[in-house]
Write a protein that binds this ligand. Sequence first.
Ligand SMILES: Cc1cc2nc3c(=O)[nH]c(=O)nc-3n(C[C@H](O)[C@H](O)[C@H](O)COP(=O)(O)OP(=O)(O)OC[C@H]3O[C@@H](n4cnc5c(N)ncnc54)[C@H](O)[C@@H]3O)c2cc1C
Length: 432
Amino acid sequence: MRHLTNWARNVEYSAARLHRPTSLDEVKALVASARAVRALGSGHSFNTLADTPGELISLEALAQEVVIDPSARTVTVSGGIRYGELGARLQAEGFALANLASLPHISVAGAIATATHGSGNTNRNLAAAVSGLTLVTARGETLALTRSSPDFAGAVVGLGALGLVTSVTLDIEPSFDVAVTVYEHLAWDTLLHHFDALMRAAYSVSLFTNWARDTVDQVWLKQRVDGTAGALPLPGQDFHGATPAPERRHPLPGAPAEACSEQLGIAGCWADRLPHFRLGFTPSRGEELQSEYILPRAHAAAAIEALRALAGRIAPLLQIAEIRTMAADDLWLSMNYRADSVGFHFTWKPLQPEVEALLPVIEEALAPFRARPHWGKLFHARASHLATLYEKWPAFIALAERLDPEHKFRNDFLARHVFGAGTQERRSEMIR
Ligand SMILES: Cc1cc2nc3c(=O)[nH]c(=O)nc-3n(C[C@H](O)[C@H](O)[C@H](O)COP(=O)(O)OP(=O)(O)OC[C@H]3O[C@@H](n4cnc5c(N)ncnc54)[C@H](O)[C@@H]3O)c2cc1C
């Protein structure tokens, strides 16, 4: 197989083959007979987490089921479905998901595997909406887990290390409308002194900055119009001194705003407004890399000061940075595990060696705040350090060992960042 890359084209998968099975039986047979195997979602991660030296399996060609249970307020979907398609199907039936990431292009199974998130003080990440999932485990058998299963909290943010997620059940709620208003030029002092007030001002709040300019570039307020979150300024009024943008804005200076969801306070469907970017358009820049660090929200102001102190080194490599908040959950490897969080995201220029040289510096600056890196983006921290940040780390390792005793689902990334050095070398020798 030649030149299969991720979305950002900074990773060339080393898999021997890419399979697109059309039935569950085919998935089971592929996994059972493989010596090394991984699932590929929509390929929007920026590191080699999805890679394998063996068989890469995409679930894209499986029938994309969407089964709504109105009384249980759940929807059961195939793991390979993308949020964009799911959102349209839910909206057509009068239902919604509580939150979405910045883009609707990603698959449900790929997003939950890495604890992908949107923003909002009371919004948990996308994995926390999962109430059940079915895995095809190493022997090609199915394993169904629900919130009451002891292994459930370990399996949802599974990093693809436990099996292939073929079906996911998600919590839903009645459909709602959202209005997005963008404000510009927020003073840093205002942000530092009123962080909590700013971030709870709407259902979902995002701040965009390059860390070096005099003010925070943009504040995106996404407000539910069903009255479940606080009141916004009146149209045309300032927001904590930031002024309303006169026209639709892209977070990246100079990028075409037509790629972004509707703004200017024009209310509309949750599925079109909660992501920053529209399906059918390139999200973000396209030519980019990303990293993100998530830490307890109580440290937000101190972490902002620490990053501003590095602005001179960050800004030359940066396209834009984003600050968001997420509510705590109970999923073992979630970056939000038992911590109401703030996330510091970086959209880098496609300069991987320079970015990789800077990441340890950023990680050192954020280390006092126990920052957890986003599993799907670029980071440096090794397993020995990450193990100290997650209370349930040993339980996850034990779960992976139990579900995948032959280490079929492991790869170099997992050896480096999760299971510890040595595991993948042993595995590679077995494959040879
Ligand atoms: C432009 C852009 C914007 C982004 N915005 C956000 C954002 O707002 N918030 C955020 O948190 N992240 C964001 N991300 C990161 C992205 O959400 C994550 O990297 C996510 O994991 C990508 O999902 P995917 O379907 O592409 O998964 P992939 O990258 O294909 O795979 C990711 C992991 O999931 C596993 N996986 C995939 N499918 C399955 C399956 N069926 N069973 C088991 N494991 C599976 C893979 O093996 C791999 O380990 C963004 C990325 C891009 C490119």
